[in-house]
Write a protein of this length. Sequence first.
Lengths: 373, 469
Amino acid sequence: MRSRPLIFWTISIAMLLLCLFFPVNQTTKNSTEPLSLSSLIKVEPKFLTYLDNKFQATVVGKLTMDVKQEKVTQDLTDFDVFIVEGLDMDFNTQFSIQWQVDGISHSQSLNHNTKSITPIDFKTTDSEKIDNLQLVLQSTYQLNSQAAVPKTVSFSSIYFDHSSNQNIWEHQTTQWFAFNPVEINSINGYSNSYPLPLKDLILRLVMWLALNILLYLFIKLNGVHLIVSFGLAWLITTLPFISNFLKQHQQMLNAYPNGHKYINTLDENLFQLAQTIKVELNHLSAQSNAPIKYVILGSNQFEYLRLFYHLTEFNVGLSNRFLNINDAKQQKLIYILSNQYREACNNPQAEIWAKNRFSLLSQQPEYCLVEAL
Amino acid sequence: MIILTGLVYSLYFMVLGFAARASYHLLNQSKLFIEKKTDFSAHALFLGIFLHTAIFNLFQIIGLSNSMALTFTMLGLGLGIAIIITQAIKFGFHVATIKPSKNNVITLLLIFTGSLAIYCNASLLPEMAWDSWMVWIGKANQWYQHGLATPVNSFDQWITHQDSIFNGSAHYPDALPLLYLLPKLFGWNSYDTMLVFYLIVFAMMTLLLVSRLERKSAPGYLQMLLVVVIYTTPLLNNHLMITGYADIWMAMFIVIIMLTLIDYHEKGDIGVGITLLCYLAMLPMIKLEGWVWLLLFMIAHLLVSLANNPHRFKFLGVFAALAIIFWFMGGLHLSLPFGNIVINSEKFEFLHLINARIAFTNITPEVLLGFFGQNNWSILWLGLPFLLISFWVTQHNKASQVAHLFFMLALACFFFLFYFTQASQWAKDLTALNRVVLQLVPCYIFLLFKMLIRLKGVATEKPSANPIS
């Protein structure tokens, strides 16, 4: 039965194409014309210029571009995708669209691709309720130790459209190959964002493989063919993964051009702060006869945890409770107050937890040291 | 330089593990048989990790200073080398000469390429994993500054105990911080050294898996597919790239235990049994949930032994009777010196491992999202129903039964934890849901590929050592 593999693969490939490109949840709205935003963007001219047939946006930290909604004549809820063509943006910048419905803010990050096609759900069926429509370009500093240098983002056109007007191959592949950056919480999942760019692809491939298994059982051929189909499905999901992996490499090269001593700028600032504190703590330790324990007053937030990390050469702790010296038994207890807790040094009587609880040892613009009474 | 320190560090563990194997044979006055060099090196590496952790725990107990700990480590290393040389001179090694096949070379190249690609990204990243800089590297930093033997306490204990240091995760086990500590004592960059070390240990685990598939008559293309799957499973790849999480260590040790358990059942060798015990002891030293996996391995072993016993129906009857008695008594309530065991319809308490109110939370959407939607595992979990069916419909030897049963029990525990306890909050935020699964994934991939070998016409014609497996 040499024809069995041929039958299997003919049916299998036909099913694969059907599973991959069968349009799902797509309403037909042939009459919807794209809504170009090129002439509807309201921003200071120096931040958005038109040069060489492309818009050039200059981003210093964050650039917010309002959309002149009063000039929009079409119903926004008729559109279900937002498209940016010729997008050229570095991997540490995020492009998003933001709007409000009944005073509630919504935001959607745009897919990072040369032709970016992002599904949009306005969370309302009434176009009148949509207001404060804005385009936002923002540098991300989560994993970045660079100063806020101006960046240029360029694109050739920008418009709302309906997915039925799009080529289904292009529509699918731009989703699958959308950039998914490394973020501080990346480890909890390959992608935490919504919409999940590869969810659709995986479900389609799972469906194809399930059908393939049934076909394999029905035709009863060599198991190698089933393994090859599994390998093929794996390869299809791996291509976007590898593409993303390479983009992440670029993202990190851009984020840490001079190596990675610190996680981000905030971390670098905390390191500098710790160096200043260390000088004082060394002085206090040298002066004291009794053992000293230092406590950073703060919660389990990045600011306090990293300060703790940079101060571990001292016997230092971290707590959001202020304890008295009686609790420490024969030891001096010196607190490091930073951020919002530093206010208590200025006026201890104003804070219930601070009233008559400590004596001030040192006061600096970014922190103060107090000894528990 | 970083790659060099990582390689030297791996060599240190291999020497420790090799010396342990050599000392066993020295005591037995027998020749050390090395069947396959890659398998031997991998086991030596994992055994070395256990020995290092155990030795450094001992250093902590006897209160050694950092400089003394470093001196004793160097002495230990010298002793290890001396044992290996003595074994070589007195009884010798028998190294089987296996000519590497084309498949072996391609597999090695794939592993090297995967590791190199991950290294290229990982080496650009700072020490950004929170668990790492707060707990694992965090504790290593603290011991480096204050001394290895300094007790680490939670805040309330630290504030009242002099000569102790504080860490927010003081109750976490110490194996991983102890792995980070030694490079620091050598004056190396411990984060970068460990990054290379992670990749080498993972590569060794992959080699062992491939070797085991080869032994089960897997064709070359299936062995290569296994390597590709392991290195391109997104969350496994991510955990290697963002270095510093302990879950990947649990994953590696769980799969190594599974392989060693299969070896032990197939060979019945005491040396393999001792190695297995060392690996099992490593589980609770890495993470607290290691106790759960350890218990599950023991339960799986016990259940399979009972199921293969001629009196199995009597045991089943006794078990059913006990279950009915406990049902009428309103559950099981035991107070033991080392904790309580309470199992009833409202509460599940097991020693100090878990104490949770039982309440159902529907986390199915999050499970589906984590398993498929987020692309953590690509299409991997499609195989689960088939794996479960294959366990019931095909014949397995005892070793394979234990491996499969462990996996099913672990999965059942996982679902119980997230569906019926407050842990559902970490399923809802898609955090632990993915990370606990990660610990079982290499083991799942291995079982999945073992299942694929059984498909018609897939296994190579080479006669297998164990036709039923």
